[in-house]
Design a protein around this ligand. Structure first.
Ligand code: HEC
Ligand SMILES: [Cu+2]
Length: 160
């Protein structure tokens, strides 16, 4: 994140500490600067620095469990076994293999920052994640119909 901090290399067996201090609220662009895997070329990310009060509000909202109502998408999320890898806090068991999706719909991007958060992108990613992100660590669901992917996308978008 050149606007915030310099680059630090990782060295196996050594623990690095990097203090990043933002003195102005804003969005700071970052890129992964070391070849780390097949998706490396897509590894840009944003760091969002907020005023303290805005940050406290954001943090409190993120800490809350999900507000979920029964829906076809919620049922498909369980029956396809998504909840075996993804937590939606307040719904079902805690799973730690994939990212926590409790407030997924409130994020500006998905798939580690590769795609903008839109309904069509979620539906596309969920069925064929490897087509979006090379080397992705989520299985594809080729047996999922487009209609089912739509319902799952609606469910996930509603997790604010
Ligand atoms: C075997 C474990 C596993 C299963 C089952 C699984 N996922 Fe994932 N999922 C992952 C992992 C790991 C990632 C992170 C992939 C990456 O970025 O490399 C991921 C990423 C995601 C993302 C992007 C998250 C983000 O922060 O942008 C969504 C959305 C998602 N999965 C939805 C689903 C849905 C819906 C299902 C069920 C149809 C499902 N997953 C099933 C492991 C799984
Ligand atoms: Cu990288």
């Amino acid at each position: 994140m050149p606007g915030l901090a310099g680059k630090m290399d990782m060295i196996p067996g050594r623990t690095n500490r990097l203090v990043v201090r933002a003195t102005k609220a804003g969005t700071y662009r970052g890129v992964c600067a070391e070849f780390c895997g097949l998706g490396h070329a897509l590894m840009a990310f944003d760091v969002v620095a907020m005023e303290p009060a805005a940050f406290e509000r954001w943090l409190a909202a993120q800490a809350r469990p999900a507000t979920v109502t029964a829906s076809p998408g919620a049922r498909l999320f369980a029956s396809y076994g998504c909840s075996g890898c993804h937590s939606v806090r307040g719904v079902g068991p805690a799973a730690k293999i994939g990212p926590d999706l409790t407030h997924f719909g409130s994020r500006p991007t998905l798939a580690a920052g590769i795609l903008p958060m839109t309904h069509a992108n979620i539906a596309r990613f969920v069925r064929q994640p490897g087509k979006t992100k090379p080397g992705v660590r989520m299985p594809a669901f080729p047996q999922m119909s487009a209609a089912e992917a739509d319902q799952i996308a609606s469910y996930l978008q509603g997790l604010k």
